[in-house]
Design a protein around this ligand. Structure first.
Ligand SMILES: Cc1cc2nc3c(=O)[nH]c(=O)nc-3n(C[C@H](O)[C@H](O)[C@H](O)COP(=O)(O)OP(=O)(O)OC[C@H]3O[C@@H](n4cnc5c(N)ncnc54)[C@H](O)[C@@H]3O)c2cc1C
Ligand code: SF4
Length: 495
């Protein structure tokens, strides 16, 4: 039974971040942690007080906010009572990787928390992270190998959170699972998109150790459907496995088709970010795209843009500006964005705390040449919304100097060339691989999970889809399945 008055006794408190001037000197997590020996991080007693703020309201709207259906009030109460062991059992029952969501989820559950009616929700995400952190620290996260093997072989293509969740579920159900990844290391965007300062890669490695011990096989550096000597052909894929899960992500970056785009110094965000993860681990001294000493302009005001911002500061950029075509978000929910939907408000991420200018309602008309084929500036103007369309505000043309421009405007779907085209699976008008209500593509035995089917989304959705698709695969292979299916392919966030 929850403490029904905890929220009256304790105010919402979040863990402190490391001081800006210190953290931008390194690549480490912006938050302190116990493993680094930094005790005072956020004392366990403080997390328990925060958990006590959950009143276990009759209808837990937070459940509906979380695509995984995490049993939030249950583990909040267990955390309050200091029963971390039982708490991780409840949390792992719905989430394979709480350390990823506990670090990186934008927490739609908190938007839906009843206490958010007073803009002071329970710190659900922080409690989630504490539970899994305690579990690893106490050795409670152990391999869960299957009791029996089915003799069925499954290939998972792509090792992001969707592929990993599907692989773990299917391995535990007794199938022989091989995960293929074309990058040199396993993890998808967890490895080569999300910077070290948001989540250190040791969290990914630690989870992969558990998965290997359970029996999942990982093959990195192999593109399925690719044409390299080491790659796996589609014929080999189909003959070698009883079922396939496509979990290759939405990797095609949205480009900006304006004059001057061909100039040197203009890159998609995902051409830039993977290097920072190597640099952060000390494996690369001089990244080929480097913000050091440069005036950086990032086009795109979202999370990927914020990751470029934090990375540019750590590389030693002279200045950074982040442009967004949309107007400045409000400080509080608007009338058309009521509780319990996700609050569309101004957010200040850790990267924004570290500096740089955020410019809204601004459009890039062209890139300007320095005379030697390099970008020297952007020609921009203000825009306003008229009848639902952006319109230029005349007389606002100006130049914004730049030596490095990063395009962080989202993704337009799955890569078609190679695997998708060779398999012959249908792709919809938004560039996503089509699947039916059983997560199956238009090719029998080929299933689809994560961004490759949903389009650019979030880690929490990728894990939910991986879990749900695993249930569908297991059912297809054996005629029955006890695996949970938290979402359908057409499920959408609370609206
Ligand atoms: C820079 C950035 C930061 C982000 N930050 C956050 C965040 O903080 N919080 C959050 O919730 N979400 C965040 N997201 C979104 C989140 O990372 C994605 O929604 C999620 O990773 C999708 O998971 P996935 O498993 O579907 O695909 P991915 O993580 O994209 O993994 C797909 C993998 O498949 C591999 N692959 C593709 N085709 C093949 C092939 N033919 N053969 C072998 N391998 C193949 C790719 O190399 C890739 O590694 C971020 C996205 C980006 C780009
Ligand atoms: S996974 Fe995300 S939405 Fe679900 S409980 Fe955790 S922070 Fe909230």
């Amino acid at each position: 039974m929850a403490d029904s008055t905890g929220f009256l006794k304790f105010d919402r408190q979040s863990p402190p971040r490391r001081p800006v001037d210190i953290r931008i000197m390194d690549w480490k997590d912006v938050y302190l942690d116990r493993e680094s020996g930094e005790d005072a991080v956020f004392p366990v007693a403080a997390v328990r007080e925060q958990a006590a703020r959950c009143m276990d309201c009759g209808i837990p709207f937070c459940h509906h906010g979380c695509p995984l259906g995490n049993l939030i009030p249950e583990w909040n109460d267990l955390a309050r009572r200091d029963d971390w062991r039982e708490a991780i059992e409840r949390l792992h029952a719905t989430n394979n990787f709480p350390e990823f969501t506990g670090k990186l989820c934008p927490a739609p559950c908190e938007g839906a928390c009843v206490l958010n009616l007073q803009e002071s929700p329970v710190t659900i995400k922080q409690i989630e992270f504490e539970i899994i952190d305690q579990a690893f620290a106490n050795g409670w996260v152990t391999p869960q190998p299957p009791q029996e093997l089915t003799g069925k072989r499954v290939a998972v293509v792509g090792s992001g959170p969707a592929g990993l969740a599907a692989a773990q579920q299917l391995t535990r159900a007794g199938h022989e699972v091989t995960v293929y990844e074309r990058a040199d290391r396993i993890g998808g965007l967890l490895r080569y998109g999300i910077p070290e300062f948001k989540m250190e890669k040791r969290y990914v490695d630690r989870r992969l150790d558990q998965m290997r011990a359970e029996g999942t096989r990982f093959v990195a550096g192999v593109e399925v459907g690719g044409s390299g000597a080491d790659d796996l052909t589609v014929a080999e894929l189909r003959s070698g496995f009883d079922a396939v899960v496509l979990a290759g992500g939405a990797t095609v970056g949205r480009d900006l088709d304006v004059p001057g785009r061909e100039l040197a110094g203009i890159h998609l965000a995902m051409e830039f970010l993977p290097y920072d993860n190597l640099q952060a681990l000390g494996e690369l001294d001089e990244p080929p795209i480097n913000a050091a000493g440069k005036r950086v302009v990032i086009i795109g005001g979202g999370d990927t843009g914020a990751d470029c911002l934090g990375t540019s500061h750590r590389q030693g950029a002279a200045s950074v500006a982040q442009l967004e075509i949309m107007p400045t978000p409000p400080d509080r929910r608007g009338e058309r964005n009521p509780w319990p939907t996700y609050p569309l408000i101004m957010r200040v991420s850790s990267a924004h705390e570290e500096g740089g200018d955020r410019l809204y309602s601004i459009n890039t008309e062209r890139f300007l040449d320095d005379g030697a084929g390099n970008v020297r500036a952007l020609l921009v103007h203000d825009v306003e919304m008229v009848d639902g369309r952006f319109q230029k505000v005349e007389g606002t043309d100006r130049e914004l100097p730049a030596d490095l421009v990063l395009l962080a405007m989202g993704f337009t779907g799955a890569q078609r060339t190679g695997l998708v085209d060779s398999l012959g699976v249908e792709v919809d008008g938004r560039g996503n691989v089509v699947r039916d209500s059983e997560f199956m593509s238009t090719v029998p035995g080929v299933f689809v999970a994560g961004d490759v089917g949903r389009g650019q989304s979030l880690i929490v959705w990728a894990i939910s889809e991986g879990r749900a698709a695993a249930g569908a695969v297991d059912n297809w292979l054996t005629g029955d399945s006890a695996l949970p299916r938290p979402v359908t392919p057409t499920a959408v966030p609370l609206r």
